[in-house]
Design a protein around this ligand. Structure first.
Ligand code: 2BA
Length: 109
């Protein structure tokens, strides 16, 4: 068994959960915050049997799109007045950041 930890954009999260649930996967959805943009994103925990891993990944790839996002720089510059001025930056976010972890045991009590 494997645990897929998928960090996805909020816009994709509902559809991804629905598509996974429709195919019989167990999913846990966590509201998370990215360290760089300090903006909300969604982390899904998906426990899958090895023989269903590829098909779960296919669903994630199909649903999660990468997007340009305009955000306020987390490192503001010092303006002429001496004040810290936030400035907009463009970053490419997503489709998904994925960690795959082997599961030693799956216990359901
Ligand atoms: P954030 O940390 O808010 O990062 C959002 C996007 O900002 C990143 O998209 C990337 O395009 C950009 N970015 C991040 N750090 C940067 C930096 N130091 N300089 C310039 N641009 C930077 P993604 O790479 O698609 O990451 C989306 C979210 O996935 C991240 O949100 C974070 O929550 C998570 N993530 C990414 N890599 C991770 C890792 N190695 N470990 C844990 N979480 C990770």
């Amino acid at each position: 068994m494997k645990l897929i930890i998928a960090i996805v954009q909020d816009e994709d999260a509902s559809r991804l959960v629905s598509n996974l649930m429709n195919e019989g996967y167990g999913v846990t959805k966590l509201a998370t915050t990215g360290g760089f943009l300090r903006a909300g994103n969604t982390t899904l925990l998906i426990g899958v049997e090895d023989d269903r891993f590829d098909s779960a990944m296919t669903i994630v790839e199909k649903v999660c799109k990468s997007r340009k996002q305009i955000a306020t720089s987390p490192n503001p510059v010092v303006g002429a007045s001496g004040a810290y001025v936030p400035y907009p930056i463009e970053v490419m976010v997503g489709g998904a950041i994925i960690f795959v972890v082997p599961v030693e045991k799956f216990i359901k009590l």
